[in-house]
Write a protein that binds this ligand. Structure first.
Ligand code: GLY
Length: 437
C-alpha cells in the first residue's frame, strides 16, 4: 500500500514539490488542493481539485476523503490559518508548522522578540508600535537606515525599506499612519547593509538538516532595480554556498536556524515541523537575520529540490515522525540558476489571461508552471510569476546559460531578468561584500 500525499498550493514551488515526490522510489499517490489549474502538477497528480486551501474544515474533509497519510503545505497563508493544527488534530501528519509556530513568518514582532528573549544573535535594534506615539523619536534614533514592517502577512508588500520605498521620515510616518488606520501593528528596525541569502532547513521538531544556500533577486528589473516582487530568480553555487560568503557566514546562519528552532520548542513546548527558511544578510558585523519564513522559498525550492540526491518523500515522512536524524540528506555538487518569466507590467499592472506558448522549450523537465491557467483549452498566464526554468551545471555560469537559452523560448507577453547568475552581476555582489568587509 502506497502513501497518500496531499500537496497544498499550486505555484512553481508546489510543482517542484510534486516533481520531487514523483521522483521518489516509494509507492505513492499524489493529490493537490490548488487555487489554479497548474498543468505541471496535474500531470504528476492522481487528482487535483480547485478549492479554498485556507479553510481548515474543507482541507480536513478532503484529506479524510483521500485517506491522506501526509500533507505538505506550500504557501504561508494556510499555515497562518491553522491548517496544520486542524490536520494534526485529525491524526494526519503535516510538513508545515502549526499556527503558533508559524508566527515565525506571520508576525515580525514575534520573531524579533523570540530572538531577543533567547539571546540569539543577528537581530537589529527594533521597537514594535500600534500607535504613532514614539515613532518619530525612534526614527530619529535610527537616522537614515530603517525598515518599517507591517506585523502580519502581506504577500511581501508589508516591508518598506529606507532608500528603496521610503525616502524620508515623512514617508515612513505616512506608512505607519496607514497601518494604524487599518488597526495594524508594525515593527520599526535598523536597516542592515550587505548581501542577502536564504538558508532553508528541514526540521522535525528536534533535528535540523540544512539545504544549499541560495540568493534570490527581489527587484523586478535588471541590475536589482524596480519594484519588489516575489522573487525573479535565484542561484546557488556547486559548493552549496554563494561566491560572496565565507565559511563563518554559513556556519553563523546554520547556528541561528538551529537556535531559533530550539527557542520555538521551548516557547511552545512543541517542536517546529516543516521548512525553516532564514532570510539572512552578510554584513560587515557578521550575519544578521532579516526575516523568517515558515515554508520553502519560491524560487529557492526549485534550486534545492533540483539537486536533491535523497528521497524527498522519505525526508517528509521522517520529518513528521521526528526521525530526521535517521537520514543522511544529500544534494548533488552542482550549481543551480532559476529564472522566472513574468507578465509585462508585473508586479504593479500585469497583463492577465494572455496566451503563452511553451512548445519551443527543449527540456520541459526543468520547467515549472506557476501563475497559469487553462482557458478554453488554451494555456494563459494569470497575472503573476508565470513559469520558472532551472539550469544545473558545474558552475553558476554554465547553469545560467542553459536557463537563459530555455526561458527566452517562452512565447507570450512576458519578460525575465537576463542578468541573474551572469558574471557581471555576481562580480558586483562580490565587490559589494569586499567593500563592506
Ligand atoms: N523567495 C522569497 C520567498 O519565498 O519569500
Amino acid at each position: 500500500m502506497g502513501l497518500n500525499i496531499l500537496i497544498i498550493g499550486s505555484g512553481a514551488r508546489e510543482h517542484a514539490i510534486a516533481r520531487a515526490l514523483d521522483a521518489s522510489s516509494k509507492e505513492k499517490y499524489i493529490f493537490c488542493i490548488a487555487s489554479n489549474l497548474n498543468p505541471g502538477i496535474v500531470e504528476l497528480c492522481d487528482e487535483l481539485i480547485i478549492g479554498d486551501f485556507n479553510d481548515p474544515s474543507f482541507v480536513v474533509a478532503y484529506a479524510n476523503e483521500i485517506n491522506a497519510d501526509l500533507v505538505i503545505i506550500g504557501p504561508e497563508n494556510p499555515l497562518d490559518r491553522g491548517i496544520s493544527d486542524a490536520l494534526w488534530d485529525a491524526n494526519i501528519r503535516v510538513v508545515g508548522p502549526k499556527k503558533d509556530l508559524a508566527q515565525i513568518e506571520s508576525s515580525k514582532a514575534f520573531t524579533r522578540d523570540l530572538l531577543s528573549k533567547y539571546n540569539i544573535s543577528g537581530g537589529p535594534k527594533y521597537k514594535t508600535f500600534s500607535s504613532i506615539i514614539g515613532v518619530s523619536e525612534f526614527l530619529s534614533e535610527l537616522g537614515k537606515d530603517y525598515v518599517v514592517k507591517f506585523d502580519g502577512l502581506a504577500g511581501g508588500k508589508g516591508v518598506k525599506v529606507s532608500g528603496d520605498h521610503l525616502h524620508s521620515h515623512r514617508d515612513a510616518l505616512d506608512y505607519c499612519s496607514e497601518i494604524i488606520t487599518n488597526k495594524g501593528t508594525f515593527v520599526i528596525e535598523q536597516k542592515f547593509v550587505g548581501e542577502e541569502f536564504s538558508l532553508m532547513s528541514f526540521c522535525d521538531g528536534e533535528t535540523l538538516k540544512h539545504m544549499p544556500i541560495v540568493q534570490d533577486h527581489k527587484r523586478a528589473f535588471e541590475n536589482d532595480t524596480g519594484p519588489n516582487t516575489g522573487g525573479m530568480g535565484t542561484y546557488s553555487d556547486a559548493n552549496h554556498s554563494l561566491p560572496f560568503l565565507n565559511e563563518s557566514d554559513v556556519n553563523e546562519a546554520k547556528s541561528i536556524n538551529l537556535k531559533t528552532a530550539k527557542a520555538l520548542k521551548e516557547e511552545f513546548n512543541e517542536g517546529y515541523v516543516g521548512i525553516l527558511y532564514g532570510g539572512f544578510i552578510a554584513t560587515k558585523n557578521g550575519v544578521k537575520l532579516i526575516e523568517y519564513n515558515a515554508r520553502f522559498g519560491d524560487p529557492e525550492a526549485m534550486n534545492v529540490l533540483s539537486i536533491l540526491d535523497s528521497d524527498f518523500l522519505e525526508i517528509c515522512d521522517l520529518m513528521t515522525k521526528k526521525k530526521l536524524k535517521d537520514i543522511n540528506i544529500k544534494f548533488k555538487k552542482k550549481a543551480t540558476v532559476c529564472k522566472y518569466a513574468v507578465p509585462i507590467g508585473y508586479p504593479e499592472e500585469p497583463v492577465k489571461n494572455k496566451p503563452i506558448n511553451l512548445n519551443k522549450i527543449e527540456n520541459p523537465d526543468n520547467l515549472y508552471y506557476a501563475s497559469v491557467d487553462i482557458k478554453n483549452d488554451i494555456l494563459v498566464e494569470s497575472g503573476s510569476r508565470t513559469v520558472a526554468y532551472v539550469g544545473t551545471g558545474s558552475t553558476i555560469f554554465s547553469a545560467e546559460k542553459i536557463v537563459e537559452r530555455e526561458i527566452s523560448k517562452v512565447e507570450g507577453p512576458l519578460f525575465h531578468r537576463s542578468d541573474i547568475g551572469k558574471k557581471e552581476l555576481i562580480n558586483k555582489k562580490i565587490d559589494h561584500m569586499k567593500s563592506i568587509r
